[in-house]
Design a protein around this ligand. Structure first.
Ligand code: ATR
Length: 490
C-alpha cells in the first residue's frame, strides 16, 4: 500500500497534493507537524476531506517531533492533545512514538502505528526493537532507521524475515535504504511512504507514481523475481526504467531495483537474502564482483570486468554484455568486416579493456592511445596475451605521429571519460579525414564534442546511447530467460 506523505503547510494545499497523487496511492499520511500552526484547527475535518478527494483512501495522522526527523517544535502537551483529537476525528491510523506515555488515542479505535526513528544509523537489534514496540494487540510496529552501508540494508531484510507474524513497517531512510521503500511486499511491510514530485518528506522517498508505475508495487507477489542494478552512485541509473519497462510490457512477474552498494561482500549477502535472480553491475564494482563469481564467460575473463551477474543452480555466473553491446551498433554502421580494420582506441581503463577485447576477438588491428602511455602499454600487453585473432600495439604520445598515421585509421573509439557532461575532446589534435567511423561510448550526453566534430568532418558516428541500449537489451534477454523459467534457482 502506497501512502502519500503530505508536505504542504496549508490544508487546501494538502488536499491539492492528495488529489494530484490520488491515482497512485491507497493512503495518505497527514504530517500535521508540517502544517502552519494556524491550520491545525482544520485537522478535525481533514480525514473526511481527504476521503472526499478519493474514496477509500486510508488516513494516517502524524505529528513528528524534531528529534524524530519532523518539524514539531511546539509544546509536547499540545501535541498530545492534537494526537487525541486526530484519533477522534476519523483518522484510520495514528502514529505514536514508542516513548510516548499512554494517550487517549490508544482507546479511540484508530489503529496505532507505534514508531521508532533512528536518524543516524541502524541499531544492531532491529528485530527485538520492532517486536517490543506494540503495547496493545493490533498495533503496527514501525521502525525507520538510516542505513549507512549495504550491510545495514541487509540487516533490515534479515530482521523483517523474522517479524512475519507482527504487523510491521521496517524502513531504511536515505540512499542506502531506497530498496526498502520499493520492496514493501518482500519486507512484509504494511505500507510504504512516498512524496509528491519535487517534495521530500523524508530522505529516500520516491514518488507515488514511480512506486506504482515504474516498480509496480501492486503486482508484487511471493513468486516475483527480483533483479537489481548495483553501483555507487546509482540514483541516476537509466537501467530501472529500461528493465522494468520491458518486464511490464511483456507481462513478466519480475521487478528491477536500484541498490547503492559500497562493497561487494554485502552485495552478495543481499543477493542471497532477497534473493536476487540477477543483477547489473556498474561503477565501481565491475571488477570487484569477479572474486565472488563461481563461473564466468571468456568475455568477463578477458575484460577483467563483469556487468551482469546471474543466479544459477551452481552459483553466480558472470557475463559481460558490454562486449556484445559495443559490437552490435558498430556492426550496423560498418560496410566492411571488422577483421583487419585499423582501430585507434582512445583510453586504457576498464572500458578500454572490454572494448579492446571485443575488437580483437573479431580480428581488428588495434592501436591504443592513452594520456598515460604506460597504462596503454600495460593494457596492450594484457590483451596480446589473450590469444585472440587481432593484433594490438601502442600509439606513443605525440600528435604528429597520430596525424601521420591517420589515413590508415578506419575506426576511432573513445573510451576515456573525456566528453562527459558535454565537455572536452580527448584528441583535439586528431584530424578527421571523413572516412573514419567514430564511436564514443560516453552517453551523457550522446552528442559529445568528439562526435560533433567527427560528424562535421563527414565521418559516420556511433553514439554511446546505442551501446547502452544494446548492452541493456542483451542483459534483458538473460534476465527474461531466468524470470520465465521454473524455480527460483534456475
Ligand atoms: P572506465 O572503467 O570507465 O574505463 P577508468 O578505468 O577510470 O574508467 O579509465 C578512465 C580512462 O579515461 C583512462 O584511460 C584515463 O586515462 P589515464 O590512464 O591517463 O588516467 C582516461 N582519462 C580520464 N580523464 C582524462 C582526461 N582528462 N584526459 C585524457 N584521458 C583521461
Amino acid at each position: 500500500m502506497i501512502y502519500l506523505t503530505t508536505t504542504a503547510t496549508t490544508i487546501p494545499r494538502v488536499l491539492q497534493q492528495v488529489s494530484e497523487q490520488a491515482s497512485w496511492i491507497e493512503g495518505v499520511e497527514i504530517r500535521a507537524d508540517l502544517l502552519d500552526p494556524t491550520e491545525l484547527s482544520g485537522l478535525t475535518t481533514l480525514a473526511r476531506a481527504v476521503r472526499d478527494c478519493s474514496s477509500g483512501l486510508k488516513v494516517l495522522g502524524t505529528i513528528r517531533r524534531e528529534a524524530d526527523g519532523g518539524r514539531w517544535t511546539g509544546e509536547e502537551s499540545k501535541r498530545r492533545i492534537l494526537l487525541d483529537r486526530l484519533s477522534r476525528a476519523g483518522f484510520d491510523l495514528v502514529d505514536l512514538e514508542s516513548d510516548l506515555p499512554t494517550v487517549d488515542a490508544e482507546r479511540s479505535g484508530a489503529t496505532i502505528v507505534r514508531s521508532l526513528h533512528d536518524l543516524k544509523g541502524t541499531p544492531a537489534n532491529l528485530e527485538r526493537l520492532a517486536s517490543t514496540l506494540p503495547r496493545n494487540p493490533g498495533e503496527v510496529a514501525k521502525v525507520a532507521v538510516t542505513p549507512q552501508s549495504t550491510a545495514e540494508l541487509v540487516a533490515i531484510f534479515r530482521a523483517a524475515d523474522r517479524l512475519r507474524d507482527l504487523p510491521h513497517v521496517l524502513l531504511g531512510m536515505g540512499p542506502f535504504g531506497v530498496p526498502s521503500r520499493i520492496l514493501t511486499r518482500r519486507l512484509g511491510n504494511m505500507l510504504t511512504f512516498a512524496s509528491a514530485p519535487g517534495e521530500s518528506a523524508a530522505p529516500g522517498h520516491l514518488t507515488p507514481r514511480a512506486l506504482s508505475e515504474l516498480y509496480r508495487l501492486a503486482s508484487h507477489r511471493d513468486s516475483t523475481r527480483w533483479f537489481a542494478v548495483v553501483g555507487n552512485p546509482i540514483a541516476h541509473s537509466r537501467s530501472p526504467a529500461y528493465h522494468n519497462g520491458r518486464f511490464a510490457e511483456e507481462g513478466i512477474d519480475a521487478v528491477y531495483v536500484p541498490v547503492l552498494v559500497d562493497a561487494v561482500a554485502p552485495l552478495f549477502e543481499l543477493a542471497d537474502a532477497l534473493p536476487l535472480s540477477g543483477f547489473s553491475v556498474t561503477i565501481p564494482h565491475k571488477r570487484g564482483v569477479l572474486a565472488l563469481l563461481s563461473q564466468m564467460g571468456d568475455d568477463v575473463r578477458a575484460a577483467q570486468a563483469c556487468n551482469t551477474v546471474l543466479r544459477t543452480p551452481s552459483g553466480w555466473r558472470g557475463v559481460n554484455t558490454d562486449v556484445i553491446g559495443f559490437l552490435a551498433p558498430l556492426d550496423e554502421v560498418l560496410d566492411d568486416p571488422l577483421r583487419g580494420a585499423s582501430v585507434l582506441l582512445l583510453g586504457a581503463g576498464g572500458s578500454a579493456r572490454a572494448v579492446g577485447y571485443a575488437l580483437l576477438s573479431r580480428g581488428a588491428k588495434v592501436s591504443i592511445w592513452n594520456r598515460t602511455a604506460s597504462h596503454a602499454r600495460a593494457l596492450a600487453g594484457d590483451l596480446a596475451g589473450l590469444g585472440v585473432d587481432g593484433t594490438v600495439d601502442v600509439l606513443e604520445q605525440g600528435s604528429e605521429g597520430v596525424s601521420a598515421s591517420a589515413p590508415t585509421v578506419d575506426i576511432v573509439v573513445n573510451t576515456t571519460s573525456v566528453g562527459m557532461n558535454g565537455e572536452g575532446d580527448p584528441v583535439p589534435w586528431y584530424h578527421f579525414r571523413g572516412h573514419e567511423v567514430v564511436y564514443d561510448i560516453v552517453y551523457t550526453p550522446p552528442q559529445t564534442p568528439l562526435i560533433v566534430r567527427a560528424a562535421h568532418a563527414g565521418c559516420r558516428v556511433v553514439t554511446g546511447d546505442r551501446m547502452f541500449a544494446a548492452q541493456a537489451a542483451a542483459q534483458y534477454e538473460l534476465y527474461r530467460s531466468i524470470a520465465t523459467a521454473g524455480g527460483p534457482d534456475v
